[in-house]
Design a protein around this ligand. Structure first.
Ligand code: SF4
Ligand code: SF4
Length: 418
């Protein structure tokens, strides 16, 4: 039984171990598991872009191939590799070192898509207007033709009022709890979905924990890395690591509800951005890992039955970080909830990747298997831990996709926080 095994193990996460391309045994398993290689014949594949390409690039940077930008950084290759080669990291670092930024309209698009904290701050006070405008067909057509945001995509909706502002009104009540946790909410909860943060407050409070904001919280950097803004990503990583160290010094562990934020804080900072986080990495947890441990310590209140049939989709970055089992086990604790765990497949959106005209068809081809699985299951709703998987599922299937914390908030049975 997983819960028994979990009880016996040390929950502290260990610092990720860096590995080198020369550990590659040339088995090609990574390319077999690469969703982009399957969907787009132009992509050379994980092995060729990762360890094989790196051998050439260290001899002569002229061997850098711009096709590396087709990698979604899903890290399915790393999950599959028997030798622990960090193929996705190798590709991301190569793009940072050798990729060129051409001044063209797509650079503006990449800037807008990747600077999620800046544009969230600007859009939030006028969110209803921005949401209507970006959904208009003529506006979509212009964005498609000029800067290259695909006309089939809807940009994520902004909330009117941020999570941080709401949390400030809760500060005194949260400080009253004897146990305290700091929350890395990310741009998505702050600017797009404060309700997920409120659901987390409800669950944590029901378990006896107060939730604290992290001061000077910045975007984790994952969209900046994906779009080539490495210097800004590195500055954010340095600031976030210092901020997390302050929370840890005050004996508050840090939890994150976004599987990609959590992976970035823990692994991309040292491996891709060169920011040392060894002093804090063991205190950062993906939320379901933290919650399951607390539940096994008897801190979970009685859960109300939820007679629903749901499908669970494992996000690529959650799979890579080994946290999917925590989410699944937690969902299985809800009485009456029938959880169908889907075969693990990439949804295809990969953050900002699938919004781009040049990637849209690949994105849909990658996700098509997942969409078919979801429709065939005839479930009441979908569950996933990643915001971009949620957008892709909701745009391409008939189901709403909820975060596991929101599902848990429905089951803990105390009145909704609003
Ligand atoms: S799966 Fe790992 S060992 Fe096999 S070819 Fe890819 S990088 Fe090399
Ligand atoms: S990170 Fe994903 S897209 Fe990139 S090479 Fe690996 S499996 Fe392929």
């Amino acid at each position: 039984m997983l819960t028994e095994w979990l009880k016996q193990r040390d929950y502290s996460d260990h610092a990720p171990q860096p590995t080198s391309f020369d550990q590659c045994i040339k088995c090609t398993v990574c390319t077999v598991y690469c969703p982009v290689s399957k969907a787009n014949p132009a992509y050379p594949g994980s092995k060729e872009c990762g360890p094989d390409g790196e051998r050439l690039r260290i001899k002569n940077p002229e061997y850098y191939d711009d096709l590396l930008k087709l990698c979604t950084n899903c890290k399915r290759c790393e999950t599959a590799c028997p030798s622990g080669v960090k193929i996705g990291d190798i590709i991301a670092v190569a793009r940072g070192k050798h990729g060129k930024k051409n001044i063209n309209p797509k650079l503006m698009r990449d800037y807008v898509l990747s600077h999620t904290d800046l544009f969230g701050t600007l859009a939030n006070p006028v969110a209803p207007l921005v949401n209507v405008m970006t959904d208009l067909k003529p506006v979509k057509a212009v964005m498609h033709a000029t800067i290259g945001v695909d006309k089939h995509k809807s940009l994520p909706k902004y909330s009117f009022g941020t999570f941080r502002r709401w949390m400030k009104s809760q500060a005194a009540a949260q400080a009253d709890y004897p146990k305290q946790v700091s929350y890395f909410h990310g741009c998505y909860v702050n600017f797009n979905n404060p309700q997920l943060g409120k659901d987390l407050v409800k669950v944590m409070n029901a378990m006896g924990y107060g939730l604290q904001l992290l001061e000077k919280h910045k975007c984790c950097g994952v969209p900046l890395i994906a779009n080539g803004f490495y210097d800004k990503a590195r500055r954010n990583a340095t600031a976030n690591t210092a901020m997390i160290a302050d929370a840890v010094a005050e004996e508050r562990p840090v939890i994150a509800t976004s599987s990609s934020c959590a992976l970035t804080l823990k692994e991309e900072y040292p491996h891709v951005l060169g920011v040392d986080n060894a002093h804090v990495v063991g205190q950062i947890s993906f939320v379901t890992r933290f919650l399951l441990k607390a539940a096994m310590n008897g801190e979970m209140p009685k859960l109300n039955p939820m007679n629903k049939r749901v499908v669970y989709h494992t996000p690529c970055h959650l799979e890579r970080s080994g946290n999917a089992m925590f989410t699944i086990e937690l969902l299985r604790m809800i009485p009456g909830l029938e959880v169908i765990v889907l075969d693990s497949e990439c949804c295809g959106l990969a953050g900002t990747y699938g919004f781009k005209t040049e990637n849209y068809q690949t994105s849909i081809a990658i996700g098509s298997g997942l969409f078919a699985q979801i429709e065939a299951a005839q479930a009441d709703f979908a569950i996933t831990d990643c915001e971009t998987c949620k957008w892709q599922i909701e745009e391409n299937t008939s189901l709403e996709a909820l975060h596991p914390v929101s599902v848990l908030a429905m089951a803990v049975g105390t009145p909704s926080v609003s």
